[in-house]
Design a protein around this ligand. Structure first.
Ligand code: GTP
Ligand code: MG
Length: 198
């Protein structure tokens, strides 16, 4: 395997309504590409990138879920494997900001996950104010950031902040997943055991 050298692994899951820009954020972060055409995600897509920070290498796995209602039961099964769950809405579309239900569900399915609220499409006219978004974030004790997959604004910053939070929490709770431990763990597993959690 090429370029598989890293110290720690973090698993992230992107969720939010169809069209908010989950796939676009993943593609900008991993491939530095942006596609103006809307190609809706079927089920769940996967991407990964290794990021260097403080002389350490972090492998970031991104599970990019489908926002369409009909896929909800599949996408929910990915919550429990996540270190961080990134809840995304479209700043230009107030309908996509109806997120308290999603956040409640995350808390039930994975009480240890770090949750991040993201307002995407900051390049468009804002229909959801920063005050409203911060109100939701603060009442749930989660972080908030605005970004644009189109202009790249805050895309790297979003993942840098997630890495920083997960690394600090992992150090504190002694839950960091080292590459060597993951390789050992995988050797012991059979093919049929392998899913998003390992
Ligand atoms: P599903 O896969 O159906 O859940 O949607 P998604 O959340 O993955 O949305 P996707 O990334 O496919 O983006 C939907 C549309 O919004 C596409 O046409 C993108 O080009 C556009 N888009 C995504 N991010 C931005 C952004 O930051 N600014 C603007 N102007 N358009 C964006
Ligand atoms: Mg998508």
């Amino acid at each position: 395997m090429m370029n598989e050298d890293y110290n720690y692994l973090f698993k992230t899951v992107l969720i939010g309504d169809t069209g908010v820009g989950k796939t676009s954020i993943a593609e900008k972060f991993v491939d530095n590409e942006f596609n103006n055409n809307f190609e809706t995600t079927i089920g769940v897509d996967f991407k990964a990138k290794i990021v260097e920070s403080n002389d350490l290498k972090f492998k970031i796995q991104i599970w990019d879920t489908a926002g369409q209602e009909k896929f909800r039961s599949i996408t929910k099964t990915y919550y429990r494997c996540a270190d961080a769950i990134i809840v995304i809405f479209d700043l230009s579309n107030p309908d996509s900001f109806n997120l308290q239900g999603w956040i409640n569900q995350i808390k039930i399915l994975n009480e240890n996950a770090t949750i991040f609220l993201v307002g995407n499409k900051s390049d468009l006219n804002k229909e959801v104010t920063k005050e409203k978004a911060l109100e939701l974030a603060n009442s749930n004790n989660i972080n908030y950031i605005e970004c644009s997959a189109k202009t790249s604004q805050n895309i790297n910053k979003l993942f840098d902040e997630i890495i920083d939070m997960l690394y600090k929490e992992g150090l504190k709770n002694n839950t960091l997943k080292k590459r060597e431990d993951i390789i050992e763990f995988k050797k012991k597993k059979t093919f049929f055991d392998k899913g998003c959690c390992n």
